[in-house]
Design a protein around this ligand. Structure first.
Ligand code: 6R9
Length: 652
């Protein structure tokens, strides 16, 4: 992206927008200034946007100090998230639609009012209680995009149980690891999921997972989605519908401390097994709901659609918790963008008169490939705002999204955030922020981004370096489940006293932030975040593999693809068959999203004399940038690199 060109491509705030928006430029500036100069006063005021059972008297009590990281917001307040997302709306909105569910099959959709949501959530909360779930217990949820996923989340929140959602695309092994990690007694799943007309064998996977971690899960609650044939373990498995039918619709929300955990969500890092990111009750909900209101300029009556899966943090904060805390109508979509045709997203927009649409660049890029016609067949007149999340959006995709999908009328909010941040940290506010395609623009209230160099020195003005956040915000993760030391090591040790995001970034002369992508060994494939180490350990678990190194490479649609260098055991022969076998193996070990795009058999990997794999070189080869390998003087055996270059799988 040409720096100068992009920097000057400004889309001014549309005139009609500023009038009605929650913030204009002046209001953003003054609110932002007070949010960072007097955070206690600012958040004392905005903390009141949710209902408290016992109001807080303390606001911010946080420290990023090395070895003593501690994050508490509203710490003496008590509340309940389900009460905030449902009960408090009932007086005004009992008959308003809370969730529009659009099935994989365009003939299937449902409208769930706040009154129905209340009924369903209370019943399922009682079901969980009847199976022994108590405040503080974890419940693992492995569901497709069906309303029961939201019911289960909110039912946990209602009784103070901590949910851990595992994305339905993950394998039995991945599910087993996450169940073991948090010791859930109850697993909520479905017979099968349905995506793009294809069935996803969730119950089969869940059965497999439980064989690997025997004895932990006592009850498997199964939603009947497709009615497909499944095995049944008497005494362990129960049907969701049977249980709910027996349960009372009366269930008082449990009083929770602001700092009690609401959920954990496993996410990939640069090393080791995925971490359980722990989010809080009070601060998280304040932040999720406030960002949802301001970033999407949400107004009463808007129909809002986020296309994420509830298995990812975007689904947690911006399908369920943020929108429902704001009394919104949130659309939940079971299917995929190109089924039955590449017009599907826009048909759904027209069918439900969606005003605010939030998706990922990878979806935009893949739809771009099908041309303008499938978009232009639809009206999209209801759309007012478009959002993007998950990875950098290249200016070309931005332009297509703006010009073709939004007919040039709808501002785009490019929202930068992470599983760890709980909610959006850097984003335009529509009506307040002039847009630059490809830039996430400016920090949200209370967020203090800094750009640092490798030594940690804070850079000023226009600059490029690593992105850190200098102080806490209410939605920040509180710890790694069961491992506070790892939390401190992962996020606060690289630049002591600051939260390290793992992202590189540039700041331009207007103070706009441009996220350049991960600077660690995390890759982002179609917006799904993955540690290269996880894919490597799956590969080396195969009996014919002796060593593996995995890097990302630029991919037109997915953003990044997965390139694996594999060294075989001495008695194994490279072959096309084995390559296929290894791809299938990784799919099975982790899930389809982790399947390598390229496997290159490598007799050796480039290492330093101390035995460290030089990933920088592997990345260059995968990118086909073999003329620019940089310093190779520390290589133990330079001949290895020549072989890798000669046998590379060029992506160009
Ligand atoms: C919400 C979510 C986090 C990583 C993050 C960054 C990338 C997310 C982005 C973006 C550029 C954006 N990322 N949004 N990069 N512009 N608007 O995606 O969470 O799955 O934890 O991924 O995604 O690299 O560090 P998560």
């Amino acid at each position: 992206m040409g720096t100068e060109k992009s920097d000057t491509l400004i889309h001014d705030v549309p005139a009609g927008w500023a009038r009605r928006a929650h913030a204009d430029a002046a209001k953003y500036s003054s609110m932002y200034a007070s949010s960072v100069s007097t955070p206690d006063a600012f958040w004392a005021e905005h903390g009141k946007r949710i209902d408290w059972i016992k109001p807080f008297t303390k606001v911010k009590n946080t420290s990023f100090a090395p070895g003593k990281v501690s994050i508490k917001w509203f710490e003496d307040g008590t509340t309940n998230v389900a009460m905030n997302c449902i009960d408090r709306h009932l007086a005004r909105r009992a008959g308003q639609v809370a969730i529009i569910w659009e099935g994989d099959d365009p003939a299937e959709s449902r409208h769930i009012t706040y009154a129905e949501l209340h009924d369903q959530v209370c019943r399922f909360a009682n079901v969980l209680k009847s199976h022994g779930v108590k405040k503080g217990d974890t419940v693992t949820i492995y569901l497709p995009m069906i309303p029961e996923a939201a019911y289960a989340m909110l039912a946990c929140a209602r009784i103070g149980a901590v949910h851990s959602i595992v994305f339905g695309g993950f394998s039995p092994d991945a599910l087993a690891g996450r169940i073991e990690g948090c010791q859930s007694k109850v697993l909520v799943t479905a017979d099968e999921g349905l995506r793009g007309g294809r069935k996803v064998p969730l119950k089969v996977n869940a059965d497999d997972a439980l064989k690997k971690v025997a004895g932990i899960v006592k009850t498997m609650i199964v939603v009947k989605r497709t009615g497909g044939g499944i095995d049944w373990v008497d005494g362990r498995d129960v049907w969701y519908a049977d249980e709910v039918a027996k349960a009372s619709a009366d269930c008082a929300p449990v009083e929770m401390n602001a700092e009690d955990p609401l959920f954990l969500l496993y996410t990939s890092g640069s090393t080791g097994a995925p971490k359980g990111v722990v989010h809080s009750t009070g601060g998280y909900l304040v932040f999720a709901s406030m960002t949802h209101q301001y970033v999407f300029d949400y107004h009463d009556g808007d129909i809002y659609w986020c296309t994420a899966d509830v298995g990812w943090v975007t689904g947690h904060s911006y399908i369920v918790y943020g929108p429902l805390a704001n009394g919104a109508t949130t659309l939940m979509f079971e299917g995929i963008p190109n089924y039955p045709s590449t017009s599907r997203f826009w048909q759904v927009v027209d069918k439900h008169k969606v005003n605010i649409f939030y998706t990922a660049p990878t979806a935009i890029r893949s739809l771009m490939g099908a041309g303008e016609e499938p978009v232009k067949q639809t009206s999209r007149a209801s759309l007012r705002l478009l959002g993007s999340v998950g990875e950098p959006i290249n200016p070309e995709a931005w332009d297509w999204y703006h010009r073709v999908v939004g007919d040039g009328r709808c501002p785009i909010v490019d929202t930068w955030w992470q599983t760890e941040t709980g909610g959006i940290l850097i984003s335009p506010l529509p009506g307040a922020t002039a847009l630059k395609p490809g830039s996430a623009t400016l920090p949200f209230f209370g967020v203090m981004p800094e750009v640092v160099d490798a030594s940690g020195a804070v850079l000023t003005g226009a600059c490029e370096g690593n992105l850190v956040i200098a102080d806490s915000w209410p939605g920040q993760m509180r710890t790694v489940y069961g491992d506070h030391e790892r939390f401190m090591q992962t996020y606060f040790a690289t630049y002591p006293g600051k939260y390290f995001t793992g992202d590189g970034c540039r700041r331009d002369a207007d103070g706009y932030y441009w996220i350049t992508g991960r600077v660690d060994d995390v890759i982002n494939v179609s917006g799904h975040r993955m540690g290269t180490a996880e894919v490597e350990s799956a590969l080396v678990a195969h009996q014919k593999v002796s060593e593996a190194a995995v890097v990302g490479f630029p991919h037109d649609i997915k953003g990044q693809g997965i390139y694996a260098y594999v060294t075989l055991m001495s008695d194994a022969e490279p072959s096309g068959e084995l390559r296929k076998e290894l791809v299938a193996w990784v799919r099975k070990e982790i899930g389809p999203i982790a399947a390598p795009d390229v496997i290159q058999f490598a007799p050796g990997l480039p290492k330093t004399r101390s035995g460290k794999i030089m990933r920088r070189i592997l990345r260059k080869i995968a990118e086909d940038e073999v003329g620019a390998l940089g310093d190779t003087s520390t290589l133990a055996d330079p001949a290895v690199v020549d072989d890798l270059i000669k046998n590379r799988h060029s992506q160009k």
